[in-house]
Design a protein around this ligand. Structure first.
Ligand code: COA
Length: 328
């Protein structure tokens, strides 16, 4: 067997409860028209108190494993991309237990809304070096647990969900090119910061204990960053893969804002009909957004085996990345 990867299965899950723009208008000073024209969002799914990130992830994972035609025991690595684990020690192992992938090693990876893409690229490295054969990559977030529901500039944007893909060692490499980037000097643009209070322990030693502040965001700055960096990252990946815009069948972007997706497509001269978007239904689900959109498009037959997909994730860090891959 050669040293390539094939992406052979996908799956997704979202909570049942739907929070509409009209609901948000009851909570903060906003309205359906403002949200829809500025973001393209109408609904977002919200995890109930009884639902967990691990449960949603396990549902998505089982669907992806079934589509790949393997069983959980065949999985030898699980990478969970999330910024909102059920447990600060990580939730990947919990998911491993829930799906019965007892031959796997599992760990979390945090890169905010770029997390799924970074995890996919990380998975490809373990496959290319021959260390792992069947890797489950999950992107999942329950942003509703960390949103400031009184801040109309950010609470309208986020929802919950989970998506997963199975990557397998294959003769041909379906991951044609990729790039990962970060810029810590813009870290203040988007944060979910720890906030603590001093707790004196003994004379001369003070620890700190606390929790996390809700999400804080400079929307305009993030918007400007995304429309500048995402086309650049995809252009570089296309160049590396020796492809032009005409070779791209689908543009699979992090679902942060429909206007960002449209601007990126325009800059790349890719027709807007090639944008895979589910933002109206799910809003921004952070690390889940790319695999959620991919799964819907694969299951409804838009994305077919052999199609070339240009994907890009971007978000807090700031982080961003691109990957060009063939489906199936
Ligand atoms: N409803 C109604 N009015 C709102 C509003 C809301 N939910 N949120 C903000 N406004 C108001 C603002 O207060 C401002 O009013 P002012 O002109 O009187 O000050 C006005 O609308 C315009 O605000 P602005 O921030 O310039 O809007 P925008 O067109 O930039 O859209 C975002 C705001 C957040 C939708 C947009 O900046 C965005 O999508 N940024 C990227 C955010 C993102 O993707 N984050 C996650 C990255 S992973």
């Amino acid at each position: 067997m050669g040293a390539g990867i094939a992406i052979t299965g996908c799956g997704s899950a979202a909570p049942e409860s739907i929070l509409t723009n009209h609901h948000l208008a009851q909570m903060v000073e906003t309205d359906d028209e403002w949200i829809n024209t500025r973001t393209g969002m109408k609904n977002r799914h919200i995890a109930a108190p009884t639902e967990s990130l691990s449960q949603l992830s396990a549902i998505a994972a089982n669907k992806a494993i079934a589509m790949a035609g393997i069983s959980p025991i065949d999985i030898d690595l699980i990478i969970l991309a999330t910024s909102t684990p059920d447990d600060m020690f990580g939730s990947a192992c919990k998911i491993q237990g829930l799906i019965g992938a007892s031959s796997a090693v599992a760990f979390d990876l945090t890169a905010a809304c770029s997390g799924f893409l970074f995890a996919l690229i990380t998975a490809s490295q373990f496959i290319n070096t021959g260390v792992h054969q069947n890797v489950l990559v999950i992107g999942a977030d329950v942003m509703s647990r960390w949103v400031d529901w009184s801040d109309r500039t950010s609470c309208i944007l986020f929802g919950d969900g989970a998506g997963a893909v199975v990557c397998q060692r294959a003769r041909e490499n379906s991951l044609l090119s990729f790039g990962m980037y970060s810029n810590g000097s813009q870290n203040d643009s988007l944060n979910l910061n720890y906030h603590g209070q001093d707790k004196p322990l003994v004379d001369g030693i003070t620890a700190q204990q606390g929790s996390y502040n809700p999400i804080s965001m400079n929307g305009r700055e993030v918007y400007r960053f995304a429309v500048a960096k995402v086309p650049e990252a995809i252009s570089k990946a296309m160049f590396q893969a020796n492809l032009t815009a005409d070779d791209i069948d689908w543009l699979l972007l992090h679902q942060a804002n429909q206007r960002i997706m449209d601007a990126v497509a325009k800059r790349l001269k890719i027709p807007s009909s090639k944008i895979l978007s589910n933002i109206a239904e799910y809003g921004n689900t952070s690390a889940a957004s790319i695999p959620l959109a991919l799964d819907a498009a694969v299951r409804d037959g838009r994305v077919k085996p052999g199609d070339t997909i240009a994907a890009s994730g971007f978000g807090a860090g700031l982080t961003w990345g691109s990957a060009i891959f063939k489906w199936g």
